[in-house]
Design a protein around this ligand. Sequence first.
Ligand SMILES: [Zn+2]
Length: 126
Amino acid sequence: MENIELKNLQQGHTYLISRYNTVSSAKILLVTEKAYNIRWNGGGETWELKEKVYDDFTLIEDISDFTVETEYKPSILDVKTKLVQCYICHGTGTVPEPNSTAGTKPCPYCLGAKMIPEVTEINRKQ
Ligand SMILES: [Zn+2]
């Protein structure tokens, strides 16, 4: 069954397209007389003959309006910490271990360091 709208894919538009039971977003980079140059959301660009596109693909919707390029701002946290006495081993660096000959094992929380960092302040870096 031919999908009439597949014949009118617009250059620069991004579409949701179903092919082989897989839904992908596809940006139409170039439209020629016989083919479409398509960039797929999974990466990679392909040339697809229009005839094949009509046969193999199903157009779901034009999602150009949803894919407006937005400036990506990574969120960076500035975390201030201070070292405080480990509250698992109470600053000894070890915890009781009845099954060992020493009777203790390194503290699983501070790993024997006796001190642990405590977060005192978190700021979002701009
Ligand atoms: Zn500890």
